[in-house]
Write a protein that binds this ligand. Structure first.
Ligand code: COA
Length: 699
């Protein structure tokens, strides 16, 4: 029998215990058929005189990993999950949940409605609904605090934090944790409870808690939410568990769940959830097998190279780090060690884990050490001549079939590839700093890259737990190219009437973790300045130039935080506004004859979003990104675009492309050459099309 023919819920009665098995691959999501089958199974078992107790367990790799997200946003079909959970809790016979793998969302809610929970030692449980812009909708907010206390429940529900079995036991969420024999132990527990009155979670009282601690937790959650609604709604509804009887709490929970489900933020986060999983299914590469890899070479042990090496060793790969001198190697080793020391100090890794990771790294002088590597990633100085020379020397040394990757941020991957004469083996692997933390990895497909070399990049990203965005060759690839459009509009906003802190506040209110000028001070103004000087000769003289103020700051040696001053002043590590910068900006406006006028946060946000979408449309039309969703994920995971907006391209569809087009036309009028509406945007806005359906010429 294949998957689709097997019933999603089966019951075996053994020694008077009904073992209810949920079987809905891949993750036993509680879709309509599962809900109906589970309700039927529990009701039958409850009224079957041959049954003394009930155990609910999952088949395959996991218990239930949640409601079926594919059904979200569609008209719900009965029975609803809250009704199933209520029926389980109401059962007169004891119902025990046997959890393995991940019991998440609706899966944990089923377990909370059971009268006891046995967890496999490797199980992980949680209520991650806030990450989908929701709150639990089947009793999670009302039952969890009755087991764990209010503050622990807030942490798990409003923070979306998942906990492992041992912690679940400490929290009172699990009754028993077992290393083996999960089902047998659950059956034994169920039998031991048979005949006794069931312990119903919904009938328990929430333990007393301090109002001060509750307020502190709420404030911390509000601070982290950055414009996302669901975490604070989760706090509000979870708090009801202490005041209302279960039934009333459930009604309020459901109403909020439905309201959030129909809201734009949940649509954005659902798009993000599925888009993240689509990224590796690149059109045209679906059936291409990657080349095998185990040993990876990294050339250059500067900040980027060391970060890449750590990311690789963290994923249990063997790494050979190459530098040109013993002194440079020592500096690289020190960088790696200090990263691990920080992780040790913060408790992210243990001593043995740290030792194992360091043991996977070899430090060597000279490229010859890389002759047996399956993949080589270069992270040397960002200069075409330097990289070309390196590829010329590397090509004859690397073994046949090795993938040769450049970590360039802006340079032409085709020109780098051509230098070594092994262009089929060459791809770009554009990591973002710090490379062991940032999840975005742009995989650049050169004109001659072999499909299996690109597929190897995707396989490596998966191994590293990165978000892979495949892109074509252009200046800045996907992420940095769109960021450039963002930054230019931010700088135009200064000339037109705003101050850096106003632009930063507007973009933080939009949901970015930091505004563009604060980010620029953090990463250093000198890199952009050097690039602008390099590109000055090829700039369109008819285009509006954005960086007059930035250039003046750099000429004054104000490179940002590292020099104590940039767009802001830094006094004892604190960022403060600088009247001198305000004067510089006003002088530039006057020089340009611009009548400064106060643009509100809304106008700043609209301009910047329009600029990003317009550049995204060009990227799509040029075949630089395979799909609009790749652009969305690059911006969310590399640049802090709020995930609840779904990314710029998705959000543009939500707002309506004709509205976005109007915003872009206004930008064009204000900003001149280079800001024309992208033909693809114009076409889709006029024809009622969408970016999601637009075909990229990459495929
Ligand atoms: N509903 C529908 N489909 C789901 C799902 C859900 N709740 N959870 C996972 N899936 C699907 C994924 O879309 C993916 O489908 P695909 O292969 O067609 O892309 C497949 O199941 C495997 O998921 P994936 O995330 O790739 O596997 P994983 O092993 O890395 O992680 C989970 C498994 C369960 C930890 C992870 O999928 C997850 O966190 N799911 C969401 C859980 C959640 O938020 N539940 C609350 C909903 S109320």
């Amino acid at each position: 029998m294949n998957d689709s023919q097997r019933p999603p819920v089966r019951v075996n009665v053994v020694d008077g215990v009904a073992l209810v098995l949920i079987d809905n691959p891949p993750v036993n999501a509680a879709g309509h058929a599962v809900r109906a089958g589970l309700l039927d199974a529990v009701q039958r078992a409850d009224s079957d005189p041959a049954v003394k107790a009930i155990v609910i367990a999952g088949e395959g790799r996991t218990f239930v990993a949640g409601g079926d997200i594919r059904e979200f946003g569609k008209p719900p079909l009965e029975p609803h999950l809250p009704d199933v959970c209520n029926a389980i809790e109401a059962s007169r016979k004891p119902v025990v949940a046997a959890l393995h793998g991940t019991a998440l969302g609706g899966g944990l809610e089923i377990a909370l409605a059971c009268h006891a929970r046995v967890l496999d030692a490797g199980a992980r449980v949680g209520l991650p609904e806030v990450k989908l812009g929701l709150i639990p909708g089947a009793g999670g907010t009302q039952r969890l605090p009755r087991l764990t206390g209010m503050l622990n429940a807030l942490d798990m529900i409003a923070g979306g934090r998942q906990v492992k079995a041992a912690e679940a036991l400490d929290l009172g969420l699990a009754d028993l944790v077992v290393d083996s024999g999960l089902r047998e132990r659950a059956i034994a527990l169920a039998l031991s409870l048979a005949g006794k009155p069931p312990r119903r979670t919904g009938e328990l009282a929430v333990r007393e808690y301090s109002a001060g601690e509750f307020e502190a937790a709420r404030a911390a959650i509000a601070k982290k939410a950055r414009g996302q609604i669901s975490p604070l709604k989760a706090v509000e509804v979870t708090a009801l568990a202490a005041r209302l009887p279960l039934r009333e709490g459930l009604v309020r929970e459901r109403a909020m769940f439905v309201e959030l489900m129909n809201g734009a933020q949940s649509r954005g986060l659902r798009h993000t959830f599925f888009a993240e999983r689509e990224l590796s299914r690149v059109p045209g590469l679906e059936s291409v097998a990657p080349r095998g890899f185990d040993s990876i070479g990294v050339i250059g042990a500067g900040t980027m190279g060391a970060g890449i090496a750590v990311a690789l060793a963290d994923a249990a790969l063997n790494v050979i780090i190459v530098e040109t001198s013993a002194a440079a190697l020592d500096a690289g080793r020190a960088r790696v060690q200090s990263t691990y020391e920080r992780q040790l100090k913060s408790g992210r890794i243990s001593e043995p884990e740290c030792a194992a990771r360091l043991a996977r790294m070899t430090f060597a002088e000279g490229l010859e050490a890389l002759s047996s590597c399956d993949i080589v990633v270069e992270a040397v100085f960002e200069d075409m001549a330097v990289k070309q020379d390196l590829f010329r020397r590397l090509a004859p040394i690397a073994k046949p079939g090795a993938v040769l990757a450049t970590n360039t941020s802006y340079l032409d991957v085709n020109a780098i590839a051509a230098a070594g004469g092994r262009a089929r083996d060459v791809i770009g692997l554009h990591f973002f700093a710090p490379a062991n933390i940032m999840r975005l990895l742009e995989i650049v497909r050169g004109a001659d890259s072999a499909p299996d070399a690109v597929a190897t990049g995707l396989a490596l990203a998966k191994r590293l737990g990165k978000i892979p965005v495949v892109c074509g060759v252009c200046d800045g690839f996907v992420g940095n190219r769109i960021l450039a459009a963002f930054r230019q509009q931010a700088e135009f906003a200064l000339e037109d009437g705003a101050l850096p802190h106003e632009v930063d506040a507007a973009m933080e209110a939009f949901g970015f973790p930091m505004g563009p000028f604060a980010v620029s001070d953090l990463s250093g103004l000198d890199i952009g300045w050097a690039r602008r000087k390099r590109l000055a000769a090829s700039r369109d003289p008819g285009a509006r130039y954005a960086s007059r103020v930035a250039d003046k700051l750099c000429e004054m040696g104000r490179f940002g935080q590292k020099t104590g001053a940039g767009w802001y002043l830094y006094e004892n590590g604190k960022r403060v506004n600088d009247p001198l910068v305000e004067k510089l900006i006003r002088d530039v406006s006057a020089e340009l004859g611009i009548q400064r006028k106060a643009n509100g946060a809304d106008a700043i946000q609209r301009n910047i979003r329009a600029a990003m979408v317009n550049e995204g449309a060009r990227i799509l039309a040029e075949g630089i990104a395979p799909r609009a969703l790749d652009i969305d994920m690059a911006l969310i995971h590399g640049f802090g675009y709020p995930a609840w907006r779904g990314g710029p391209m998705f959000e543009a569809g939500e707002i309506g492309l004709p509205t976005i087009l109007k915003d872009v036309e206004a930008l064009h009028e204000a900003s001149g050459n280079g800001w024309e509406p992208a033909p693809l945007l114009v076409k889709l806005a006029r024809s009622g099309g969408s970016f999601a359906d637009a075909k990229s010429s990459m495929n």
